[in-house]
Design a protein around this ligand. Structure first.
Ligand code: FES
Length: 522
């Protein structure tokens, strides 16, 4: 099992994803020219940010892209990179919560994005392991079969190429199956790295390891400030999922984590398709070859970030996988974050309540490769002043009082619960000596909560567990070795550094001597 704790941290967790195994030449670290005024500054080096930067630069705009860590550090480095014409928000749901025309529009967008990615790969001669595949969606009980039938009808009406099938591509029992044509898979890091290089070739600038902590608009120019320098731009794009700071989008998107295993099979017979069951949460399957070795990728066991038990999630996924596959070795296991939008569709466009010319893209559910690409097309069109059919539909300021209302209330009640319960309910642990190595815990010490972490050498780091975004108490994630916030999905390293927004500030560190002196007085 690879673990990148001692390597350069290239992803937002301790577990290395299988994509990190490929040797990829990263782009050059660049410097900002403080005098230059860019047309657009893109913040975030995942598929959304890099595609936006590439599209704008290709159409004559001069852009800079900054990334707080390294390209692919966030969800793009942890995705399983399925490219589908069907989404986590199903076409029957879009039919009823929006309209049948909306389903048609969304279906059209998914097809165009598979085409755009394959065209980019072909034209730019990118070695990104891209392959078209069949995808099978299968039911396992009467209720799921009824839902499957409705998915078939709505998907066909939306223009998706899907039909009933008599196999599901994986050795798992099923009742009924749908087969979706012309789906695809690829290597996400190879793709975004090559696209980033093309962006640079076209004159775009990429700067890694720069955290933009604030922006200010003066006379139509945005001043994006980091600790090292200021970058000037006419437009800003936050391709960071949830934008930083307190924003309505934090309440309209619920952060989830999904778990993934990449395993070797004793039989050597790997599924040659994409496959999905319909359980809650559902499992997803595909195969991928890295350096001549095939792997079966199995994902699932999703839960809200900061809720649930990451160790149990991996255990459940492992048990499920072993039930159906003869597994020889679990070579990689990792988890990754995604955002569920309250009404089912992404939020892409002008940042609500933000300065004019600041754009956001979030709420991709588990379909980040497709919807991140579609967001990049939409945002680049908005900046270029072109019409785009998704502008109104994905408008981040939209209000959908009926669609997703129950979910909206639930998510917000949940946030409110954590504001109160985290402060006053409590696990009380008497001594830091209970901490195991490489383990973190929220402990109560002299009436104050602390986030304690003990590293492999026994060194303890104490942090203020109050999330710097809106004050919830973070929870320990034992698998990724991170502090995860249950309210809006903010995540922090064991040193308190922000790994995932919306928080902009690191968790406050508490010098150990302060703890010692409190303890001495007792
Ligand atoms: Fe919002 Fe922590 S992410 S309070």
């Amino acid at each position: 099992m690879r673990n990148n704790e001692t390597e350069i941290n290239r992803r937002d967790g301790a577990n290395a994803s299988m994509w990190q195994a490929a040797s990829i030449n990263t782009v050059a670290k660049d410097h900002a020219n403080q005098e230059e005024i860019y047309d657009t500054l893109i913040i975030g080096g995942g598929i959304t940010g890099i595609t936006t930067a590439y599209l704008l630069q290709k159409q004559g705009k001069h852009c800079a892209l900054v990334e707080a860590k390294n390209l692919g550090f966030g969800t793009t480095g942890g995705t399983t990179a399925h490219l589908n014409t069907f989404l986590d928000t199903t076409y029957p749901e879009i039919d009823s919560d929006f309209s049948k025309e909306t389903s048609g529009l969304v279906a059209e967008g998914t097809k165009k994005m598979i085409k755009m990615i394959s065209t980019n790969i072909e034209e730019l001669k990118i070695d990104a392991d891209f392959e078209f595949k069949m995808a099978y969606l299968f039911s396992q009980n009467e209720k799921e079969t009824k839902e499957l039938q409705s998915i078939l009808e709505s998907s066909q009406a939306a223009g998706v190429a899907v039909s009933e099938a008599d196999e599901n591509g994986v050795p798992i029992p099923y009742d009924h199956v749908l087969r979706f044509e012309s789906q695809a898979q690829f290597h996400p890091l190879k793709y975004i790295t090559a696209l980033a290089k093309e962006f640079e070739k076209l004159g775009g600038k990429i700067i890694e390891q720069i955290f933009i902590h604030s922006t200010e608009l003066r006379e139509d120019i945005h001043y994006a400030k980091s600790d090292k320098f200021i970058i000037q731009a006419k437009n800003i794009v936050y391709a960071t999922h949830i934008p930083p700071g307190i924003n309505i989008l934090s309440l309209r998107n619920a952060p989830y984590r999904s778990y993934v295993l990449a395993v070797k099979l004793n039989s050597g017979e790997y599924p040659d398709c994409l496959a999905y069951d319909m359980q809650e949460p559902y499992h997803y399957f595909r195969s991928h070859e890295i350096d001549g070795q095939q792997y079966l990728i199995i994902g699932g066991a999703d839960h809200k970030t900061g809720h649930g038990d990451p160790l149990k999630a991996f255990e459940d996924l492992q048990d499920y996988a072993k039930k159906y596959f003869d597994i020889g070795e679990i070579s990689y296991k990792w988890s990754s974050q995604y955002y569920v939008p309250v009404d089912g569709l992404p939020y892409v466009g002008q940042l609500p309540g933000g300065d004019k010319g600041i754009y956001v893209a979030t709420g991709f559910n588990g379909n980040g490769m497709i919807l991140g690409s579609l967001s990049a097309v939409l945002i680049s069109d908005l900046i270029l002043g072109k019409e785009n059919p998704y502008e109104k539909l994905f408008n981040p300021s939209r209000l959908k009082p009926i669609a997703g209302f129950a979910e909206f209330v639930k998510e917000n009640a949940d946030v409110a619960y954590h504001f109160v319960a985290d402060r006053f309910g409590a696990e009380i642990i008497k001594s830091t000596s209970e901490l195991g190595k490489s383990e973190g815990k929220i402990v109560e010490f002299d009436g104050e909560k602390l986030a304690l972490y003990k590293d492999n050498a026994g060194k303890i780091t104490a942090l203020n567990p109050v999330c710097t975004h809106a004050g919830c108490i973070v929870n320990w994630n034992p698998t990724e070795k991170t502090w995860d916030c249950p309210c809006h999905g903010g995540r922090f390293s064991v040193d308190g550094q922000v790994l995932t927004g919306p928080p902009q500030k690191d968790l406050g560190s508490i010098p150990l001597e302060e703890l010692e002196s409190v303890r001495d007085k007792k």
